[in-house]
Structures are given as C-alpha cells and as structure tokens.
Design a protein around this ligand. Structure first.
Ligand code: GLA
Length: 409
C-alpha cells in the first residue's frame, strides 16, 4: 500500500464524519425550542429607536432575563428609511447605524431581529421588501441579523388583490410564494436567521408555513393587553397542537405580560397558557420600568421550562367546565403539566370550589407535583377542590403521572 492509499483510508472516515457534522449543523434549526426574547412593538410601537433597543438589551442582561433564556432583541416596524438609487434600503434617523446596534446587542451575548413585509409597505407604512427580497436579505446578513418577522400588510392590497381579484385561492398562492421567496433569499445568505411569518393566521398557515421555511407563524390577529383578547387567542389554539414542534411553532403573538391594566392573576395566566402552548416567549413590556412582580412572572424558571421543554409538544385543552379551562402538556421524561385557569369574571369558588377531575385527564390520583407559581409541593387527588381567584391559574408539574395519559398525542 503506498502512502497515498494509506492517506485515503485515514482521510475517508474523517471526511465522512466531517460531512455528517456539517450537515447536522446545517439542518440544526435556529428554533429548536420556541424563540425567547423581547420585541419592541407591544409597548413602544413607533417610538422604538436605537437607544431604546440598547437599553432593552442592557435590561435583558441586568434583570437576569438573559440567564432565564431570553435571547432575541427584536426591532419591529418603523426602523426602515428610504432606498437609494441602487435599491439599497437605509435605516431612518431613529437608527443611525444598524450594524453598530447589532454589534452592541451581540456583545451582550444576545441576538437581534428585524421586521419587514413582502409588500411595498409595512403595516405602519414604511418601506417593505417587494422586489428587493435578495438585496434585503443580504443587507440583514451583512448587519448580523438573526431573526426576521415578515408581515403581510400591503402585499394584500398591492399584490394579492390586484393580481388575482376575486380569486382567493390564487391570492393565497401568491402569499405563500412571497414567503417562500424570502425564505430562499434568507437561506442564500448562509446565515441562520429565524423566519417568523406574520399573516394573522389566514389560510391555515400551520398547514403550509413549514414548507416555506417558517420557524414560527402567527395563528391569529394581533394580541392586545386585555384579558378577553388574550383568552380568545390563547384558548383558540386548541386543536393546533399537532402542527407544532422543534423548529416550527404556532405563534399566538407576543407577550403582553406587564402591559396595560392586566392584573397579576391575568399576567400569570397569560404566561402559563403561552408556556402550555409552546409559544414563542417574546416579552413586549417596558423593561426599564418593569415592576418586581412582573419580573418574577417573566423569569419564573419552572414555567419557562414548560415552554422550552425539549420534546416540543404543544399542550391542549383536556376539558372545559363552564368557565374553567383545564389544559395538559406532555413533557420530556414522561412528566406532565396541568394548567387550570378560571376564566370567570366573578369568582364564587369560596362556597362552590371547582373540582378537578383527574379521571377526565386519564389519570389516577393521588399525584405528586409542584405548584409552579407558589413553588410548593402539591398532591392532587381525583375531584381535587380548587378555589381559584378570577382569571388566575393553577399550574402544576407532575413528575410521574400515574394513569393512561395518551403520550402519543
Ligand atoms: C401588524 C403585526 C403586529 C406589528 C404591526 C407593526 O399589525 O401583526 O405584530 O408587527 O403590524 O406595524
């Protein structure tokens, strides 16, 4: 055997291993668990600027949110300026240097996201990406962008309705093609960029969004800091669980925890429900003025662990009785999360407690677990009486459910 042949034998397995490692790295999704971070829209809307984003990044680190898993600092609509003669998009005066801002966010060990639209204009009327998809994707990559929220907006009136008037099926095909186009452009940059579809849940995106590269897709219209809206969106996710999993997530919109006039009970229930739903956890509050109780909700490690569970199995409604919702979520290592949420506006539980039926969950009590909001050990038995204040939640992690719970779901 000559030297060359020996070298081939030694090199071949190495090359093969290298190829396997490379392909594993290439196929590893940037959203193996639901993305966590912060987005500017829910609180700042059009008032977002470079300074506010830097402050948000600083706060994510100093408040311990980064340690708890919050990674993406996402700039939503209104960062865009004009295109120059070569079609290159520039930022507006609120963002003097996007590359420097991205470098700053990265220097904190965080990642940065941007927003655009497949239409000529974004929802707030700023420059969209229509006709400039490749150019914009390359620009994002050159800045070091890690996440793109792509919001349908003017694509509806300017492309779908103009090119296919009165033909909804053709309009939907145009929409899907627009998302596929940007996905291709993002992939061509070679940079892993989380691709977030925002088209308000039209035309069942859970059925086709993964095929156009979506790592997450909005399932509904916009959330607002209002219990009724949060409840409609959150509980409306029942039935979508089979479409979600590692790398591709249903997105019931960003968090309103800490916004508006939500009570602490409502903030807890909102956060618990989003965790049960394996939803992206994108905080949307005013971080420098975050109250300690809101901080404690957003950084509850036990609840975050439900959301980020590595199995990636979205929870669903087990049953509802009157205005009480009972949801379950299967977790890694055979564990189970149970959430009981009292949606009633007026609680009369002091005299008539809600009785949790374990048998309706396919379980036998007593079950040992942890109450994730008090941190205390709990034991649940069939018919367990529960007194939940208005809009509050009992969220329990059962370590080893005892019964015939269907784990294949
Ligand atoms: C749409 C989206 C929101 C937000 C705004 C910005 O309404 O659904 O999440 O991005 O546009 O204009």
């Amino acid at each position: 055997m000559n030297l060359l042949e020996t070298a081939r034998i030694v090199i071949a397995p190495c090359t093969c291993l290298l190829a396997v490692a490379l392909s594993a790295a290439q196929t590893k999704s940037p959203a193996a668990t639901p993305p966590m971070g912060w987005n500017s829209w829910n609180y700042f809307a059009e008032k977002v600027d470079d300074k506010g984003v830097r402050v948000a990044a600083d706060q994510i680190v100093s408040t311990g949110m980064k340690e708890a898993g919050y990674t993406y600092v996402n700039i939503d609509d209104t960062w865009e300026g004009e295109r120059d003669a070569s079609g290159v998009l520039h930022t507006n005066s609120k963002f003097p240097d996007m590359k420097a801002l991205a470098d700053y966010v990265h220097s904190k060990g965080l990642k940065i996201g941007l927003y655009s639209s497949p239409g000529p204009k974004t929802c707030a009327g700023y420059e969209g990406s229509l006709g400039h998809e490749e150019q914009d994707a390359q620009l994002y990559a050159s800045w070091g962008i890690d996440y793109l929220k792509y919001d349908l907006c003017s694509f509806i009136s300017e492309v779908m309705e103009k090119q296919a008037p009165n033909d909804m099926a053709a309009q939907m095909r145009l929409m899907q093609a627009a998302y596929a186009k940007m996905d291709k452009a993002l992939k061509a940059t070679g940079r892993p960029i989380v691709f977030s579809l925002c088209q308000y849940g039209w035309d069942a995106p859970w059925e086709w969004a993964p095929s156009v590269g979506g790592n997450l897709w909005r399932t509904t219209g916009d959330v607002s800091p209002d219990w009724d809206r949060i409840a409609v969106i959150g509980f409306g996710q029942a039935g979508l669980e089979s479409y979600s999993g590692p790398g591709h997530w249903n997105d019931p919109d960003m968090l309103e925890v800490g916004n508006g006039k939500l009570t602490l009970a409502e903030n807890r229930s909102h956060f618990s429900l989003w965790a049960m739903l394996a939803a992206p956890l994108l905080a949307g509050n005013d971080l420098p003025n975050m109250k300690p109780a809101i901080h404690d909700i957003l950084t509850n490690r036990d609840v975050i662990a439900i959301d980020q569970d590595r199995l990636g199995k979205q929870g669903t409604r087990a049953y509802a009785e009157g205005e009480v919702e009972v949801w379950t979520r299967h977790l890694a290592a055979g564990a189970l999360a149970i959430a009981v949420i009292n949606c009633a506006d007026n609680s009369r539980f002091a005299t008539h407690p809600f009785h949790l039926s374990l048998s309706k969950l396919g379980l036998q009590g007593p079950l040992k677990g942890k109450d994730l909001w008090t941190g205390e050990a709990v034991e649940l038995k069939d018919g367990q009486p529960l007194e939940l204040p208005t809009h509050d939640v009992l969220l329990v992690r059962i370590h080893a459910p005892n019964g015939r719970v269907d784990v294949s779901r």
